[in-house]
Design a protein around this ligand. Structure first.
Ligand code: BTN
Length: 248
């Protein structure tokens, strides 16, 4: 059985919990959790900023250094694991979340949580993985100035104050229930749970990433966590990286 104690490191304010974790990775034990009340330079996916000035939200990075050869770890799927874990916790507050592939969490079409994983290598030596979670908890997120998507928070959805610490505790507890199975089996272990939060099969989307722009209809998510899309010529693409945007 996996150990149940996390090494919690708290900051009132920091540039980014992910940046701190990556910079200090060799001195941070496996399952350190770096949290901050606010971030001054929060990092999002695709080099976007993550606005983190509200102390009402959760900013946390989990350090994964399990002492297992990294090639045996499902490194690319950890963000999807945390999207499932966080979605399951959100359900406990009476909210029905959806996962926008690969790992954004939406409620009523608005983003409530983003997840960013970063890997650290020193030459060919694997130093560790950091999974950062930004979850809007009690902020009035409708007024959030954010680039290109609408946002919401748990409080916006429930009209109740939600204890941030309780949310984090539930995320960490739920993560542990998946941990052993996930590191052994990878994405197939969470496939069923992931699909429960992914109701978008049959919808028309575009995928934006640095290598390619693919448009088409969502066929499914594969057993390995890729997005399967059929374009208008009938060709199926397996997408491993990118942002999913609905075609308007
Ligand atoms: C996204 O773009 O959707 C991912 C956002 C991830 C934000 C979290 S907040 C805690 C951790 N520290 C960071 O700088 N980023 C992640």
């Amino acid at each position: 059985m996996e150990e149940t104690n996390f090494n919690i490191i708290h900051f009132d304010s920091i540039d980014s919990t992910n940046a701190y974790s990556i910079q200090n990775i060799l001195s941070l034990p496996h399952h350190s959790v770096v949290i901050a009340d606010e971030q001054t330079a929060g990092r999002g996916r695709m080099d976007r900023p993550w606005i983190s000035d509200s102390k009402s939200n959760l900013y946390a990075s989990i350090v994964v250094r399990p002492g297992i050869e990294y090639k045996k770890l499902p490194l690319v799927n950890f963000t999807q694991l945390f999207s499932v874990v966080t979605a399951e916790v959100i359900v406990r507050y009476g909210i029905q979340p959806q996962i926008k592939w690969p790992n954004d969490i939406l409620v009523h079409g608005k983003k409530v949580c983003g997840i960013l994983s970063e890997v650290s290598f020193s030459g060919s030596r694997f130093c560790g993985l950091v999974v950062g979670i930004g979850l809007n908890v009690n902020e009035n997120a409708e007024n959030k100035i954010n680039s290109d998507y609408k946002t919401t928070s748990l409080q916006d959805e429930t009209e109740k104050f939600i204890e941030k610490q309780e949310v984090l505790d539930r995320i960490l507890d739920t993560y542990l229930t998946y941990y052993e199975g996930f590191i052994t089996e990878g994405f197939p272990y969470i496939y069923g749970s992931y699909k429960e939060f992914f109701p978008f099969i049959g919808e028309d989307v575009s995928i934006i990433n640095s290598n390619q722009n693919v448009s088409g209809r969502i066929l499914d998510v594969s057993q390995e966590g890729e997005l399967l899309i059929k374009n208008s010529y009938g060709k199926t693409h397996k997408i491993t990286l990118g942002d999913m945007i609905w075609k308007s």
